[in-house]
Design a protein around this ligand. Structure first.
Ligand code: 5RP
Length: 212
């Protein structure tokens, strides 16, 4: 699996390498595939201005290799957003949030000109939903949101011992049949207390790269 992740990380570098310039800010996702991408990116760090990061974990990795990390509020343009995913549908809709960072990931994806998703081919699925759908919730709303999810036919499980970078909690939902990702993404985000769910249908990638 690591070999596939390294291959796709290098492919993404190949895709952006010639387009880098000294004013360019890149958006960087979170996860093991992105970690390989960050490692590769180190060789090109003098060819672009810096990065906007989707998590504290990626921020640390970027800073450790000498890439400047900017707050999204201080950046006018994010040229490319590079991130992994937990599932990718044939329409390039995603489930993300296995690492619990999907809220900031979706914000940076939405702020970027082009979203490049890097996955090993085991993430490609015919229909989203086998991977438990992560939902970030305000802690006080967790039980109420879980009850609404049960009404939908989902099986919610509290991600015990995990706090997001924003200080919230995660509910992972099994058993959801995601026939209409846009409808479910909107519905879930409309439940009070839900900060963000891991369906990326409105902010789907422009390009999905795999190792093959
Ligand atoms: C983190 C994510 C990751 O992109 C997703 O979990 C994939 O991770 P990995 O590259 O480790 O398989 O959404 O919130």
């Amino acid at each position: 699996m690591s070999a596939a992740k390294i291959t796709v990380a290098k492919k993404a570098i190949g895709h952006i390498e010639k387009k880098l310039d000294r004013n360019m800010v890149l958006g960087i996702g979170t996860g093991s595939t992105v970690n390989f991408f960050i490692e590769e990116l180190a060789k090109f760090k003098n060819l672009f201005k810096g990065a906007v990061s989707s998590s504290e974990a990626s921020t640390k990795l970027l800073q450790d290799i000498g890439i400047e990390v900017f707050n999204l509020n201080d950046v006018n343009e994010v040229s490319y957003y590079i991130d992994g995913a937990d599932e990718v549908s044939p329409e390039n809709f995603l489930i993300k949030g296995g690492g619990g960072a999907h809220t900031r990931e979706k914000i940076v994806a939405a702020a970027s000109t082009s979203f490049i998703c890097i996955v090993d081919s085991s993430k490609l699925v015919d229909q989203l939903g086998l991977f438990p759908l992560p939902i970030e919730v305000i802690p006080e709303s967790r039980s109420m949101v879980a009850r609404k999810i049960i009404e939908l036919g989902g099986l919610p499980e509290y991600r015990s011992g995990f706090i997001t970078d924003q200080g919230n909690q995660i509910i992972d939902v099994k058993n959801l049949i995601i026939k209409d990702p846009k409808e479910l993404e909107s519905y879930l985000n409309n439940i009070p207390g839900v900060v963000e769910n891991g369906i990326f249908s409105f902010n789907k990638p422009d390009l999905v790269l795999t190792e093959t």
